[in-house]
Design a protein around this ligand. Structure first.
Ligand code: 5GP
Length: 111
């Protein structure tokens, strides 16, 4: 599996990085759907949430912690979404697990 996110993680493609440690990279979405639209991506190549194994569960906590910090940094703590699309039917287009952190505008429907 080599997705665009794997290439960004390896430094083979550019991205606007907003957070990085050994396990997680967060970048600005190239086609933002909200004033703040960040992708929080575990560096480990996990295709989707459904593929996540128990040994990967700690990553989820760390992703939430990164989302909380970025929500503070981008001043969206009054309202944001942290979502993942699992599978093509849900709108997943890149099959490397990632969470969308979105905020900065009213979001009233889930459609
Ligand atoms: P998905 O549809 O898989 O849930 O989300 C994929 C997201 O990745 C989309 O919001 C899309 O705009 C974003 N995206 C696709 N290609 C690139 C890219 O090359 N760079 C960045 N930063 N975002 C990308």
């Amino acid at each position: 599996m080599s997705t665009v996110f794997s290439k960004i993680i390896k430094g083979e493609l550019p991205a606007e990085k907003v957070f990085e440690n050994e396990r997680i990279l967060a970048i600005k979405d190239i086609f933002p759907k909200a004033p703040t639209h960040i992708l929080i991506i575990p560096k480990k190549e996990i295709p989707d949430l459904q593929s996540l194994q128990p040994e990967d569960y700690p990553l989820l906590g760390e992703i939430v912690a990164v989302a909380q910090e970025l929500a503070k940094k981008y001043k969206i703590t009054d309202g944001y979404r942290l979502i993942t699309n699992n599978g093509a039917q849900a709108g997943q287009t890149i099959f490397h697990l990632h969470f969308h952190l979105m905020g900065g505008r009213p979001m009233t429907t889930l459609g």
